[in-house]
Design a protein around this ligand. Structure first.
Ligand code: SAH
Ligand code: SF4
Ligand code: F3S
Length: 486
């Protein structure tokens, strides 16, 4: 066991980070053109690439995992921090170089950076042929034709209604067991540091029938876990009134007509007891006890909540326009512990060195972490984004070295907490959904427990897709190791 721990990569759950890249895989159905898609950013972006693949395969494209074989290259981009955009720019310059050798190659930029920069990448910098924002993917076949006809093409229109509800995504990089379902798009919160409301537009919820149909279809195809995605899932709301669209539906609907997040969660949980449900992201201002009780009621709703705090200090939270205080956040954590117990995983996002943050305020972030005892955290230092409320109104005055030092302290704190939380699991038995073979060893399988902890164990005769009970024997800060209990 000791050797195994040393030999295995530390597994870090993926979410958004510009280092995370996903590329399309090979489909060979004899279509005459090939599309390569590379995706950066959050799960919503990866999920969008699956919608794009679906739209393009209807239009005579196969997908490829090798950009050298592609007729069309799409880069689905992220703008969340400056570094994310820099990574994408390098990549786009590389593809621009490729076009010199292959003049017919079409390069398109999709996603949040396309939305933010609009004509800039097309005209001023002439890096790409095509620009499509997150709500313009239905128009891609038309945009591709415009480029085929010799012009450059752009659509960055943001919609109040588009949810791509009727498009059945082509699953990319799939293990055939876990999948993402987008339940809403956009964001109406104006967190002052955040570019998302500008790149993804207004919040809108997807028709629950299409969500449940997608979950059922995935289960029938052998999938055993779905993650419901939205920037703020707790504000999911949908009303069936066919005459009204988008938010107007909600404003005019009676309470009885409205499907809220806890109702949606319950309906998806009822698809099948063997289908696990996860969701992300919960907003501390909106998460209700109702949602927590629904989680408690269904064994197949996983006991893990991603509840980004961003900071542990109320003044900084106010400047961030998060609309909750440290006390409010603590009250929500207490409610989770009260209703779902200490085994429920709680994870967070933290930003170090936001505008005017003092040393004492930074200490409050560390003390909040101590209070909550997070299982895992995504941790960043503040990166000013052009056009955001913070960029317009606040001074980015914490020096870079200070931001980096504070971030390092947050990372070190989290590493200790993750180890402590994982040690607390030693000696326990957890139900694990097997997702595949461990990255380093074909003799070991890996899966996750309800609290989203990665667990590695000897494979025996077991296969991915099955549920097993695993006794936890050892751990690192990122991974549990155990053996199957028969
Ligand atoms: N909707 C989610 C967050 C989506 S963005 C929520 O409200 O929690 C993912 C994370 O990126 C954020 O939670 C935040 O921690 C981080 N982030 C966003 N903008 C940032 C910026 N300008 N600088 C540094 N980190 C940022
Ligand atoms: Fe950004 Fe805030 Fe919306 Fe999350 S809730 S996407 S941090 S504006
Ligand atoms: Fe990035 Fe856009 Fe997601 S900015 S984090 S890809 S919503």
């Amino acid at each position: 066991m000791q050797n195994l721990i040393k030999d295995l990569d530390i597994l870090i759950p993926e979410k958004e980070s510009c280092e995370v890249v996903k590329v399309s895989e090979d489909t060979n159905t004899g279509k005459n053109r090939k599309l390569y898609i590379e995706s950066y950013g959050c799960q919503m972006n990866f999920s969008d690439s699956e919608i794009v693949s679906s739209i393009m395969t209807q239009e005579g494209f196969d997908t490829t995992s090798d950009f050298n074989l592609a007729d069309v290259i799409f880069v689905n981009t992220c703008s969340i921090r400056e570094k994310a955009e820099e990574t994408v720019r390098h990549r786009l310059m590389h593809f621009k170089g490729l076009k010199k050798r292959k003049p017919d190659l079409m390069v398109g930029v999709l996603g949040c950076m396309a939305e933010r920069l609009k004509h800039q990448l097309l005209e001023e910098e002439k890096i790409v042929d095509l620009v499509a924002g997150p709500d313009a993917y239905r128009d891609l076949p038309n945009l591709v034709r415009q480029v085929d006809d010799g012009s450059r093409a752009i659509n960055t229109f943001l919609s109040r209604e588009e949810t791509y509800a009727d498009i059945s995504p082509v699953r990319l990089n799939s293990n055939g067991i876990t999948a993402f379902i987008s339940i809403m798009r956009g964001c109406d919160n104006m967190c002052s540091f955040c570019v998302v409301p500008f790149t993804r537009g207004r919040e809108r919820s997807r028709d629950p029938h299409s969500i449940i149909a997608e979950a059922r279809d995935l289960f029938d195809k052998g999938y055993r876990e779905v993650t419901l995605l939205g920037q703020n899932v707790d504000s999911y709301k949908w009303s069936p009134n066919p005459e009204l669209k988008g938010k107007a539906q909600i404003e005019k609907a009676g309470d009885a007509d409205i499907v809220n997040f806890s109702m949606l969660l319950e309906r998806v949980a009822q698809v099948h007891p063997e289908l696990r449900i996860r969701f992300s992201t919960s907003h501390p201002k909106d998460i209700t006890d109702d949602v927590l009780y629904t989680m408690k009621k269904y064994d197949n709703i996983c006991k893990n909540i991603h509840l980004p705090a961003q900071s542990g200090n109320s003044r900084v939270l106010d400047l961030m326009n998060r609309t909750y205080t440290r006390e409010w956040y603590i009250d929500r954590v207490d409610a989770i512990r009260r209703i779902l117990g200490t085994d429920c995983g709680i994870t967070t996002d933290m930003i170090a060195g936001f505008c005017t943050e003092t040393e004492e305020e930074h200490q409050e972030t560390l003390s909040l972490m101590d209070y909550v005892r997070y299982d895992f955290a995504f941790m960043f230092y503040y990166s000013e984004r052009p056009g955001t409320p913070a960029a317009k109104k606040l001074k980015d005055d914490v020096p870079l070295e200070v931001k980096k030092r504070r971030l390092q302290e947050i990372i070190e704190k989290q590493s200790l907490l993750s180890l402590e939380r994982n040690k607390h699991d030693i000696g326990k038995v957890y139900r694990v959904l097997i997702e595949g073979y461990s990255k380093r060893s074909k003799e070991h399988l890996q899966g996750r427990n309800s609290a989203n902890k990665v667990i590695i164990f000897p494979a025996g005769n077991l296969k991915p897709g099955a549920y097993v009970d695993v006794y936890v024997k050892e751990c690192t800060p990122a991974t549990l190791f155990g053996e199957v209990v028969l």
